[in-house]
Design a protein around this ligand. Structure first.
Ligand code: CUA
Length: 157
């Protein structure tokens, strides 16, 4: 039996779409696995969060011997505070939420990778053993200047 060229084309198209679909689902499931479990979340009002403690003073708080809490706000298209600086070996408990749309918070070269949702505070703890400048990127598409949304975290030696 001979297949029509058009039929063959549709078959290839169908299979390609299936592969694309499975890839998207697979990547999505992988990304979900990177965020911490739901019991670490709590809700905030994204419209007033920048006037509400502790997010009205975003930044670092020293809570112990080389241990910090970091409160961060994500917005289109940046983060508050603009820069973070911690000493080598510091343990940082990140708390981050969005003032507007869904953003990402990925510290390149570390396992820190969070989805930042308006109305929710996401938490993650990381210990910075290596000094250097770490690039922080938004890895969720959030609009026109998404690809320029980022900042730096400096770990002093
Ligand atoms: Cu914020 Cu992409």
């Amino acid at each position: 039996m001979q297949m029509h060229r058009l039929e063959k084309m549709w078959l290839i198209f169908g299979i390609s779409m299936l592969i694309v679909f499975l890839a998207v689902v697979g990547v999505g499931a992988f990304a979900m696995g990177m965020t911490p479990p739901g019991d670490h979340r709590h809700t905030v009002n994204p419209e007033t969060v920048d006037q509400t403690e502790p997010f009205n003073h975003p930044g670092l708080r020293k809570i112990g011997e080389n241990e910090y809490e970091a409160y961060l706000l994500a917005f289109a298209f940046g983060y508050s505070p603009e820069k973070l600086e911690i000493p080598k070996g510091a343990t940082v408990h990140f708390n981050i939420t969005s003032k507007d749309v869904v953003h990402g918070f990925e510290i390149v070269g570390t396992t820190v990778n969070m989805m930042v949702m308006p109305g929710e505070v996401n938490h993650l703890t990381y210990k910075f053993d290596k000094p250097g400048d770490f690039l922080i990127l938004c890895n969720e598409y959030c609009g026109g200047a998404h690809e320029y949304m980022g900042t730096t975290l400096t770990v002093t030696g």
